[in-house]
Each structure stands twice: as structure tokens, then as C-alpha cells.
Design a protein around this ligand. Structure first.
Ligand code: NZQ
Ligand code: ZN
Length: 389
């Protein structure tokens, strides 16, 4: 196991009706004038926004609102949010929605405290100062409620890039699984795929002797394999929704990734798909992850056979572990299909002729590499896109 530090100071408030405590927690973390930031309207239609506002009013906290965050959130609204916060003297940002609203809120929070262009953070500058951010989560997926990351798409050139920093980790996150019951099945499944992908990016590692994090990763994956079909069959299954919602947080606050090298090639390869076609990030991952696995499994057949046995219930073929490894990848694909996810370009609506564009936009050139399990060059990434056709 590698050396590591782990500090994850978000205060989590989990369970039914917890959104009514939003005002209490904003106050507790020092907010007196809030920007409520949300998406395209689901929180208005469900009545959640009104409940959150009532909770702020109960604590005499003033607020301004900025809705309209699109899935794969755009830089344009971030600039608007930064200006609004400066004009209004906002001292706390409350995201009400999914990963997109949260990531946009984090970008605004960092931008308000920075004299330059906030996009600098998405080109590698670490975020060291930001307004405090709180969240009321409505979809189990990105894990942004517990992460120090934000992903934004710059309209010019449709570049989708991530930024990080402890300063943008939410001060508190309110997780009421009931709020996720209004999600369409496709969004539920895309979110679930993202959660599993966050575990898999950590699972495929070259670091040896990481039994505890291996087993935690497998526990989350097994939970998803059990619970996702239950919520697809019955969207109002609170207990299954609750397990998935907590799995989504644990999958990405790095509890299961400490002390080990992590990969993240599939996420970067996917980001070009969601930037170009504006598809759900989780659906893009359903297409890319199995293709990445097929391309790299020979690098460590035993690790692929291990997950096949421990998560996908395959019988170990001791004479030929490669058979087991490939069976595991096949079962993963079958699972994704069974929950309604696309597993190739055709099903996703992506086009073969755009592959060179996506490879180019990844910006690896001839020498750069992506991922650490098996570092990939541009030509490898192109092969992975082709395996996903
Ligand atoms: O915009 P509204 O109207 O709210 O509708 C949303 C949106 O259309 C809808 N939705 C959310 N909660 C709902 C609901 N509809 C009905 N009932 C509810 N309870 O679902 C759609 C998707 O929402 P979005 O916020 O985009 O989903 P998600 O949480 O999957 O976030 C995706 C974004 O997160 C980024 C992705 O790249 C993508 O841009 N990621 C962020 C990460 C992070 N910050 O740590 C890590 C991830 O790997 C990921 O890259
Ligand atoms: Zn993700």
C-alpha cells in the first residue's frame, strides 16, 4: 500500500425530509447571503426548491437564485454566477440538484475568490480558496457531494475539463434518497454506471497488497449489482435508493481509493463523448469502460479474473484465468444492457467519423499518455473508441 493522507470534512445529513434542514446547516457553516444554484427545472417541479427556500427563510437567511444549469455544465453560466455573487455580496453557495448543479456551484465558488479567469483552474491550477458550498443532492451519480472536484465544459471548442482543490469540497451535503424517486429510469441507470465507474477507476491499479480497498470496492460494486435492478423495477423502493445514494458518495470521496495508484483513463476518454454529443456521462461510461477493459485486461489478467469471481460470480478457471477475466467483462456488459444502458457507439448515437476529433481534443499528441494501469497513447485511445463501435 502507498503512503497517503485522507481528509474528507463534509458534514453529511442523510435521510427522509432532511432538505428541510438546509437553512440550519447554511447558518451553521457561516452563510448569511446565499446563491441557490440549480438545474433545468426538476427541483422546481418537485417542489424541492420551495422547501429549501422555506428552510432558509425560517433561519432569516437571504438568498438569490440562479437556475438553468445544463447537464455537462457550461462555462457561460459560471461567469454569470460569479458576477451575480459579486453584485449581491453572496457568502455561501447552495447547489440543489445533481452533479452538474454542484459542479457549476463549485466553479462559481472558486471564481468569486479569484481575480483571473476561473477557467485557469480547469487548465491545471489548484483551487486554494473558494466561497463555502453546500448541497442538496437529487441524483446518486457523480459523487460531487463529497468530492473536491468539479467538471465544466467550455463552450468555445466544447472542452470538458476537471478542476480540483480541498477548498471546493462541500461543507455539508444533504442526501434524501426520496428525492431521487422522480428520476427517469435512464438517469437512474446512468448515475449507477457512473458510481460503478468511480470504483473501477480505483480498482484497476498496479499497487500491490491493497486488500482493504479492494474489498471495499467490491462491496460497493456488489451493492450496485443487487440494488440497481430493484430501483429500475420499482422506482419508489426507498431502501434500495438509500443504499445506492450512500454508495455514490463512498465511491468517490476517495475512501476506497487511498493508498493505491488510480487509473481514470476511461473518464477522460468518456469526457470527449459527453462534450461532443451532450450525452449523460454515465451512459458514455457504459460504452467506454467495457471497451477499455477489453483493450487492457492482458496487462493483469489475474486482477480481471479476481473481479470476475468476486463481483460477477464467475467460476475461476485455474488452467486459463484469461477465460474468467473475459467472462467478467462480458457479465459487466450484460448487466449494463439489463439496466438499459447503451454499450456501443451505435446505441449511444456516437459516430465513427468523429473518433479522430475526440482523440485530437484529448490533447495527448504523440508522446503524452493517459491513465496509470496501462498508460495509453493517442493510438491506444483510438483503438478503444473503435472497440466501442
Ligand atoms: O436539470 P434538471 O432539471 O435538474 O434535471 C436533471 C438532469 O437533466 C435530472 N435530474 C436530477 N435529479 C433529478 C432529475 N430529474 C428528476 N428527478 C430528480 N430527482 O437528471 C439530469 C442529469 O443531472 P446531472 O446533474 O447532469 O447528473 P449527474 O449527477 O450525473 O452529473 C453529471 C455531471 O457530473 C460530472 C459529469 O462529467 C457530468 O458533467 N462529474 C462530476 C464529478 C465530480 N464533480 O466529482 C465526477 C464524475 O466523474 C463526473 O465526471
Ligand atoms: Zn464519473
Amino acid at each position: 500500500m502507498n503512503n497517503f493522507t485522507f481528509y474528507s470534512p463534509t458534514y453529511f445529513v442523510f435521510g427522509k425530509n432532511t432538505e428541510n434542514q438546509a437553512g440550519h446547516y447554511v447558518k451553521r457553516f457561516g452563510g448569511s447571503k446565499v446563491l441557490i444554484h440549480f438545474g433545468g427545472g426538476s427541483v422546481v417541479r418537485s417542489g424541492l426548491l420551495d422547501r429549501v427556500k422555506a428552510s432558509l427563510e425560517k433561519e432569516n437567511i437571504k438568498y438569490v437564485e440562479l437556475g438553468g444549469v445544463q447537464p455537462n455544465p457550461r462555462s457561460g453560466l459560471v461567469y454569470k454566477g460569479i458576477d451575480l455573487c459579486k453584485q449581491e455580496g453572496v457568502d455561501f453557495i447552495l447547489a440543489v440538484g445533481g452533479g452538474s448543479a454542484i459542479d457549476s456551484a463549485k466553479a462559481i465558488a472558486a471564481g468569486v475568490k479569484y481575480d483571473g479567469d476561473f477557467w485557469d483552474f480547469y487548465e491545471g491550477k489548484v483551487i486554494e480558496d473558494a466561497l463555502p458550498v453546500g448541497t442538496v443532492l437529487t441524483i446518486a451519480a457523480a459523487g460531487s457531494e463529497g468530492s473536491g472536484d468539479s467538471v465544466i465544459t467550455k463552450e468555445e471548442g466544447m472542452l470538458k475539463r476537471g478542476a480540483s482543490g480541498e477548498a471546493i469540497r462541500p461543507k455539508f451535503s444533504i442526501l434524501n434518497p426520496e428525492l431521487t424517486q422522480t428520476l427517469p429510469a435512464y438517469q437512474t441507470a446512468a448515475g449507477a454506471t457512473d458510481i460503478m465507474a468511480h470504483v473501477l477507476e480505483r480498482y484497476f491499479t498496479n499497487t500491490q497488497e491493497v486488500e482493504v480497498t479492494d474489498r471495499l470496492c467490491e462491496a460497493i460494486l456488489l451493492t450496485m449489482v443487487k440494488e440497481v435492478p430493484r430501483v429500475i423495477a420499482d422506482p419508489n423502493n426507498y431502501d434500495a435508493r438509500a443504499n445506492i445514494m450512500w454508495a455514490g458518495m463512498v465511491a468517490h470521496n476517495n475512501l476506497v481509493g487511498v493508498g493505491r495508484e488510480q487509473d481514470w483513463a476511461s473518464h477522460n476518454i468518456e469526457h470527449e463523448l459527453s462534450a461532443l454529443y451532450d450525452v449523460a456521462h454515465g451512459a458514455g461510461l457504459a460504452v467506454i469502460f467495457p471497451a477499455w477493459m477489453t483493450y487492457v485486461y492482458k496487462h493483469d489478467v489475474n486482477r480481471f479474473a479476481q473481479i470476475a469471481v468476486r463481483v460477477w460470480g464467475c467460476q475461476m478457471n485455474f488452467a486459463n484465468p484469461e477465460v474468467t477475466a473475459l467472462e467478467g467483462i462480458e457479465r459487466f456488459k450484460q448487466f449494463l444492457t439489463s439496466i438499459g444502458m447503451p454499450i456501443n457507439f451505435k446505441e449511444l448515437g456516437a459516430k465513427e467519423e468523429d473518433i479522430p476529433v475526440m482523440v485530437e481534443k484529448l490533447g495527448l499528441g504523440t508522446e503524452g499518455t493517459l491513465g496509470s494501469f496501462l498508460p495509453l497513447k493517442s493510438k491506444d485511445v483510438e483503438q478503444i473508441y473503435r472497440l466501442a463501435l
